[in-house]
Design a protein around this ligand. Structure first.
Ligand code: F6R
Length: 643
């Protein structure tokens, strides 16, 4: 039975404070099922998924096995999918994924584990898929199916167009899905084009299904699957026909649900400063009228009559939200010295401030807040740019190859070789051979990763030079979780946290700029945010932290909505150009092949557009018209510590 708040939702959806809380609940349900079945002397049949989403569930299941004696002897599993063409020992095969993350860590008998075969001959694929479905039927069907959701709305690898009654089969992967997998495969060109997936029909036959989604990037597809009429363009929406389906999502993934986005159209609202601001800015956008021109009739016509009665009239509401929004705009992100700061986002003193900008990887600082960094510096703040990770996993082989061949050629061309020493050129030649010989998916050796780290360090140096930040102000933390991991397999350690704590204690910043609170918790930004949270906990009793303001910025494509913005830093056309030029320095992050469709832009084009869009949004609600704006939200330390 759904509540008034959920009236627009066609699938029962629970929003959890974070992914760990949701994953614990799912793991708990699975554990109960396993134990119940075991008591009855029966097997529990689980449908399993791969990807980042179910990782916290698997971690919890492993913990329950190790610490609470949960046995998997009576468990039979069927995985949703497998890439076609990958051997089971390929590091990105779902076989590897499942054995590394779960099966090898629990006591499940090997012959009770099933995954579609990615290596079956093309002529045998149809029969092999049919026997996969047959095997599921033979054990009595799936008792509990867990799912993630792709940005195309896929479940398993059932891409848009998959039918409700589709069975296990060979499918070709959507372009967006392949792009999302490009990082895992160290380049889009290496991502398989085909996969074998359980069909939508196979999934719908499971007794219970739980779909999980974390992070803001999933908010759009979650909203469509939950609220729109089911159609084959969004396979996850077809779950609406299932007898026992639930979505477990975290707060960022719930952002676009009607009950969260526009709660006043759903039921009674406890109006506070934040929701009032949200409603008035929404109304201004909806009516395409500047805030100060909104009338009582607009409020009434668009479902905000209650707001009007409680805190109206329109005139007062308009003035109040107009002023709040106006006061978010500042050209002095580090605070303006000797000025009245009662209506400014950042206090005037102390001045200059010590500012710490934390970027998950080199380039995010420039792309998301390059203009602000430049301003902070030119207005006298002491700016430290700290890169949590080296970013070497995102450097293509082609770039490492180019640099190494340059090194080895320089040696021979310029006759630099010193016969007695083991020269740099020789090292380069050895590494070049290694790059040439390695398969496209073999993980890089340590020296190759070091070369790639150097690529990004140098780019960061060049980019910050454009922003007038000296090399001495850059810190490369090279956190071990990244250096020892690969995508979808990052594990934060105490050492990571210690490095971050040491940096915080060294800089004692008055401002920290950070990101990642809304990202998938398994992503580089997500792990970075988790570590910052832990580090802040550790320093929370240090005297200096009481004087630190926390400013959160968001990555490309995840911009802050207007009502969340506490500080908007306008950029002049020249400053925007400066930032774009700085982002050009990240040559390794450019696309490695020509753009075939204009919808997919280079990252610098996206940042340019994003900052212009924020400025246009301010303009539309009646603020001054700027070329571009970088936006930040102020977060309280207690809020971070409790999240
Ligand atoms: C994986 C699978 C996919 C993923 C989806 C989300 O077995 O079936 O549907 O669940 O692509 O991937 P992540 O969790 O990595 O965001």
């Amino acid at each position: 039975m759904s509540t008034e708040a959920e009236q627009f939702e066609r699938i029962s959806t629970r929003v959890f404070q974070n992914s760990s809380a949701a994953a614990q609940e799912v793991a708990g349900e699975i554990a109960d099922l396993i134990k119940r079945r075991s008591k009855e002397g029966k097997q529990a049949v689980l449908g399993l998924a791969t990807g980042s989403t179910p990782l916290p569930v698997y971690q919890e299941l492993v913990r329950l096995h190790r610490e609470e004696n949960l046995s998997f002897r009576n468990v039979v599993t069927f995985n949703l999918d497998e890439y076609y063409g990958l051997n089971t020992d390929h590091p990105e095969s779902y076989h590897q994924f499942m054995w590394q993350r779960l099966f090898s860590k629990v006591d499940i008998p090997e012959d009770q584990v099933h995954l579609p075969s990615g290596t079956v001959k093309r002529t045998k694929v149809f029969a092999s898929c049919a026997s996969y479905d047959e095997a599921i039927n033979k054990v009595g069907g799936l008792d509990y199916q867990i799912l993630g959701i792709g940005r195309t709305g896929h479940i398993g690898f059932n891409e848009p167009g998959s039918t409700r009654d589709s069975k296990t089969r060979l499918v070709s992967l959507d372009a967006l899905t392949r792009r999302d997998a490009a990082r895992d495969f160290l380049g889009e060109a290496n991502v398989p084009r085909y996969a074998i997936t359980m069909g939508v029909g196979t999934i719908l036959k499971a007794d219970r299904t739980v779909l999980m989604a974390w992070g803001q990037a999933k908010a759009g597809v979650v909203q469509q699957a939950v609220e729109e009429a089911p159609n084959e363009n969004l396979p996850a929406g077809l779950l609406q026909g299932h007898k026992d389906v639930r979505f477990f999502i975290d707060e960022p993934a719930s952002e676009l649900l009607t009950r969260i986005r526009i709660p006043w159209l759903v039921g009674p609202v406890d109006w506070d400063k934040r929701t009032i601001r949200k409603a008035v800015l929404w109304l201004s956008k909806k009516t395409q009228k500047p805030i100060l021109k909104l009338q009582d009739s607009d409020y009434n016509e668009f479902g905000l009559g209650e707001l009007l009665t409680e805190v109206g009239p329109a005139y007062d509401l308009n003035i109040s939200v107009f002023n709040q929004t106006q006061h978010t705009i500042t050209g002095w992100p580090g605070g303006k010295p000797n000025a009245d700061d009662s209506n400014r986002p950042e206090r005037a003193t102390p001045f200059p401030k010590r500012v710490l900008v934390l970027a998950p990887e080199p380039d995010e600082d420039v792309l998301c807040m390059g203009g602000t960094i430049h301003r902070l510096k030119s207005q006298g703040s002491e700016v430290t740019l700290a890169y949590l990770t080296s970013g070497n996993l995102a450097v293509p082989d082609s770039m490492a190859r180019q640099i190494l061949s340059l090194m080895s050629e320089m040696e021979s061309q310029l006759n630099l070789k010193n016969a007695e020493d083991f020269s740099l050129g020789q090292v380069a030649s050895v590494l070049l051979t290694e790059l040439q010989d390695s398969g496209s998916n073999a993980g890089d050796s340590k020296p190759i990763r070091q070369v790639k780290s150097l690529v990004r360090r140098n780019e960061a140096g060049d980019a910050s030079h454009n922003l007038k930040i000296a090399k001495e102000s850059l810190h490369f933390l090279d956190l071990p979780f990244y250096e020892n991991g690969r995508y979808r397999a990052f594990h934060a350690t105490d050492e990571d946290q210690e490095k971050l704590v040491a940096l915080l204690r060294e800089v004692k910043p008055h401002q920290i700029y950070f990101t990642g609170a809304h990202a998938d918790p398994g992503s580089v930004s997500g792990v970075g945010y988790f570590l910052l949270k832990q580090a802040l906990k550790e320093v929370s009793n240090d005297p200096w932290i009481k004087d630190t303001n926390l400013w959160s910025y968001r990555g490309i494509g995840q911009e802050w909505p207007l009502f969340e913005i506490d500080m908007a830093v306008p950029l002049s056309p020249d400053e925007l150009n400066l930032k774009v030029e700085a982002s050009f320095q990240y040559r390794s992050q450019r696309r490695q092949f020509p753009l075939r469709d204009s919808a997919h832009k280079e990252i610098w084009q996206q940042t340019d557009e994003l900052n212009r869009n924020t400025a246009a949004a301010y303009d539309q609600v009646g603020m001054a018209e700027y070329e571009a704006i970088e936006a930040f939200k102020r977060i309280n330390l207690t809020e971070v510590l409790e999240s």
